[in-house]
Design a protein around this ligand. Structure first.
Ligand code: C2O
Ligand code: CU
Length: 680
């Protein structure tokens, strides 16, 4: 069973635990003795099961259980043991008709256990990792307050029927606050009452103080940077991101590739005649395909015609100088209607990339502000055969449920004579993964996220999971039978390559949904890494979850990193040349495609199992529920870089932070808070 499934199971058991404790408490209060006894036994058993699920999760990583082991379970253990000790001795004889088994103290104790179970669950769901002293104080205070209030309500009603069971029995000291209510009938003398009242008041005061302290602790400002174990900020004079710009010239022998991209709203008619109200670059979706040969200079003038909120151009996966990165509020200001911004950078990296707006991208990209960037190697032989090759760039995008591949929302057909080398460049421009199957041929995954794999082997009958933002280059020689590209197991096949005109064009694609998924961590042949992967100058852990955190200045049920949401997540500080390691842990129930700007990262391991295939460099990697990924890179591209989930609504809802090089500053309102509402 995967850790993700154990997390789900543990949530279910936690819910059951809470439900059984409440059942026991309520049936006990209603004097349903047999039910109450059964409920109590069930509650104890389910609690023990919970201990097992937590223990198993603990084996998968401390991140998954910290708040459960340190707070939830101990609280429940104490309260549950108390409940059994107080309620048990009366319930057991009641089974044989001796008394009704109920006592006010028992009801209070069992319900307190229920509150403890509920509180543990709430902490897991709303707060998660890391557990703070503030959270612990608030939680414990709330459980105690619940116990006190219950005692106030429960004890007088117990006294009203002095003949029954333990009604007259003096409840635990928790019942102290019932002193006023029970005064008139209280069998104890004046002295006893004032003592209980005293306990009630002091107990209440202690709780309020503890809760107040907890709230105070939660509002303590945290540092604005984390150093990952490396040196802190130096006082070195800074360089501004505004000065980290691309060169003005191509490399010798290269040319300048000039484009003007105008962001504008447009109604786009898809080949199926369906019309979509899109936000576009130059009136089309995808925007103009930008291609270059290695060493060329890419110069793109972005203009905004009528996208009111503003737009930018971010070069996804392309390690441009930081000032070209297109992040509003960090590397530039958003380009408002009537304004423009000129990007210039050298096409040094070969491969398949894409561009998209980075301003309110959860809306803008979805509506169509994206396009492709492909850089070909400067290699005479490849250029010469280009004409005889099939080289298709296929961004996959979903408009209101309609999957559009390239610019087409239906099936596309192409002729390709047998033997032709084919390269399909798949780009996932959506916020969730797509499943890709190539039916009818063996193929190789030549490149992932633009970077070539080392000796990728031939595979067939496999599914490929393409993360949000990710790219795969699939290569094969055209066979003499049709080939179908299948996206998300849609049997129609999005693209058909036909070897001899139209022959067999309607051959049905079989059911591809059962094909096993290719594991890229075991694909291809290992090779030496360009740095020592065993050492790290800085190591940052990012625990991804959902919880209550500030987003855009308001508390929200956010997507969090280490319990916080953008812009309150501390920046990660690195220095030029550092080897940086990330541990990315997903303790939520959703997939998070993790994306660092300006660098690609080398995948070291997943769930503790090292990568054994080709070196795998990615700029966006899917961290599924329960997974833990270790990745590393060398910090050689100075700047302030966004580091975020590429499920863009998640990023908008807090799952985003910045990696900052020591000494780099931004004049574009880059302080946390100022960037809120931007930069995603
Ligand atoms: Cu493709 Cu920060 O984005
Ligand atoms: Cu996410």
């Amino acid at each position: 069973m995967t850790t993700g499934l154990w997390i789900v199971l543990d949530h279910i058991v936690a819910l059951l635990t809470t439900a059984t404790w409440f059942t026991a408490g309520v049936t006990l209060a209603l004097r349903r003795t047999r039910l109450a006894l059964a409920g109590l036994v069930a509650a104890v058993l389910v609690t023990l099961v919970r201990v097992v699920t937590v223990a198993i999760l603990a084996g998968r990583g401390w991140w998954f259980v910290q708040e459960k082991v340190l707070l939830g379970l101990p609280m429940l253990a104490v309260a549950g043991t108390g409940a059994v000790l107080v309620a048990g001795p009366r319930l057991l004889p009641a089974r044989h008709g001796r008394g009704d088994g109920t006592s006010a103290g028992g009801v209070v104790a069992v319900l307190t256990a229920a509150y403890a179970a509920l509180a543990g669950l709430v902490v897991t769901v709303l707060v998660g990792y890391p557990l703070t002293a503030g959270t612990a104080l608030i939680t414990i205070s709330l459980v105690c307050a619940g116990a006190l209030l219950t005692a106030r309500v429960a004890v007088p009603s117990g006294r009203a029927q002095p003949g029954s069971g333990g009604g007259e029995h003096s409840p635990s000291s928790l019942a102290g606050s019932t002193a006023d209510a029970g005064m008139a009938q209280a069998p104890e003398g004046r002295h006893g009452i004032s003592r209980r009242r005293f306990i009630g008041w002091t107990g209440g005061a202690a709780m309020v103080t503890a809760a107040g302290a907890g709230v105070g602790l939660s509002f303590l400002p945290t540092g604005s940077v984390t150093t990952g174990g490396g040196a802190g900020r130096s006082s070195r004079a800074g360089v501004s991101v505004a000065d980290l710009r691309g060169p003005g010239e191509p490399a010798p022998g290269g040319t300048v590739r000039r484009h003007v991209l105008t962001a504008t709203k447009a109604t786009v008619r898809l080949p199926s005649r369906r019309e979509i109200d899109a936000w576009t670059y130059n009136g089309k979706v995808p925007g103009p395909a930008i291609t270059a040969t290695q060493g060329d200079l890419i110069e793109v003038r972005l203009r905004n015609a009528d996208i009111e909120g503003g737009v930018t151009l971010h070069w996804h996966g392309y390690d441009v100088p930081c000032g070209e990165d297109g992040v509003p509020g960090v590397t530039q200001m958003a380009v408002r209607p009537g304004e423009e911004f000129v990007h210039r950078f050298r096409a040094d990296q070969v491969g398949t990339y894409w561009y998209h707006t980075h301003h309110a991208s959860h809306i803008g990209v979805r509506k169509g502000l994206y396009g492709t960037l492909v850089v070909h190697p400067r290699d005479g032989q490849r250029a010469q055969t280009a004409a005889e090759r099939v080289d298709l760039t296929l961004p996959v995008h979903t408009f209101d449920g309609t999957v559009v591949i390239g610019g087409s929302d239906g099936r596309t057909e192409r002729a390709a004579s047998p033997g032709t080398p084919v390269r399909l460049r798949l780009i996932n421009t959506d916020s969730y993964p797509h499943r890709i199957v190539l039916a009818g041929t063996a193929f190789r995954v030549a490149a992932v996220d633009g970077r070539d794999l080392n000796q990728p082997g031939e595979v067939s009958d496999v599914g490929l999971r393409l993360s949000a933002g990710g790219r795969y280059d699939l290569v094969f020689a055209m066979p003499d039978t049709p080939v179908a590209l299948v996206v998300d197991d849609d049997r129609e096949g999005a693209l058909r390559l036909l070897p001899h005109g139209g022959a067999n064009r309607d051959a049905r694609v079989g059911d591809t949904s059962a094909l096993p998924e290719l594991d890229l961590l075991r694909y291809g042949v290992p090779a030496a890494a360009p740095f020592d992967t065993r050492k790290a100058d800085r190591h940052f852990t990012m625990v991804l979850d959902r919880g209550v955190a500030m987003v855009d200045g308001r508390p929200a049920y956010a997507h969090t990193v280490n319990g916080r949401g953008h812009p309150s997540i501390p920046d990660q500080l690195v220095a030029h040349g550092d080897i940086v390691r990330f541990t990315v842990v997903n303790r939520s129930l959703e997939t998070h495609p993790w994306h660092l700007h300006g660098h690609s990262v080398l995948i070291l391991s997943r769930d503790g199992t090292p990568s054994t295939g080709s070196p795998l460099w990615m700029d966006t990697f899917d961290v599924r529920p329960g997974e833990t990924w270790e990745v590393a890179f060398r910090a050689t591209n100075p700047g302030i870089w966004m580091n975020h989930c590429h499920n863009l609504p998640h990023a908008h809802q807090g799952m985003m932070l910045r990696l900052r090089y020591d000494g780099v500053t931004t004049p574009f309102g880059g302080s946390p808070g100022a960037a809120s509402g931007h930069g995603h």
